[in-house]
Write a protein that binds this ligand. Sequence first.
Ligand code: NAD
Length: 273
Amino acid sequence: MKAYKLNSGLSIPSVGIGVFRVEDAAIAYDTVKSALSVGYRHIDTAMIYGNEESVGKAILDSGVPREEIFLTTKLWNDDQRKGTVEEAIKLSLKKLGTDYVDLYLVHWPVKETYVTIWKAMEKVYREGLAKAIGVSNYNIHHLEDLLKETGTVPVVNQIECYPYLAQQELVDYCLSKGIVPEAWGPLGAGKSDVLVNPVIVELAKKYAKTPAQIVLGWNIQRGLVVIPKSVHRQRQEENLEALNVNLGEEDLKKITALNKNLRLGSDPDNITF
Ligand code: NAD
């Protein structure tokens, strides 16, 4: 499995399975079990997704040794505001049925606390509750504040990223600082026509791949981790196969040129939750 090296020394598989909006316990369980059986070794969940218990149970029942799986969960905004990082991660670990996560992310940059919360994140890292710590939805100015005022560089910045929101400047900034960029909503979150965009469809024909594989492959080749969500085994396999896409330079540029700064999710500078 292709992987990127994190600045803490660990490796992160470049394709993971996302489980946002998979609230039903049985479906979440089946999704993770099926993903592990087709070869995924990276799972992306969050406290707020409400499925940590199902994810943990599926890992346990899968027969795949825990140490072979890269598991991410996230600190929700309420806990960030209350400063209850240690309590929050311990509760997540209990639900996940494990004594560490590979990666713990600050889910969103809450305006008043996105810098100060990092000290508490560093503490859970030192205590071994998380093997690595990172952030999510941080823009360049958030990262600059963090780097200026704290000691540990986040290993990852998980951001919304698909062809209509290429985020090239932020991606370049992360890569220049040794922060691995990770794309959420990499397929357009089921809300976009990106998979039927004529440029993508034409490239899919040219490379004998599916549109989903082209879009994921573009991000992987730009140095991003991708965490597409699918509850269906066949699509999980299809998405994992994006590892074998090899787009030429000109074609990568063609996809990046589809950018229109179109967010489907919340704007990190204006969150209301
Ligand atoms: P996504 O871009 O992964 O899109 C998922 C949808 O795409 C599916 O529901 C399905 O409708 C469709 N799909 C999946 N595979 C397909 C295929 N091969 N062909 C055609 N359609 C396909 O969107 P997402 O779930 O929003 O994002 C992925 C993951 O990112 C989430 O599950 C979650 O783990 C993470 N995430 C993080 C944040 C954050 O704030 N950090 C926010 C949203 C999502």
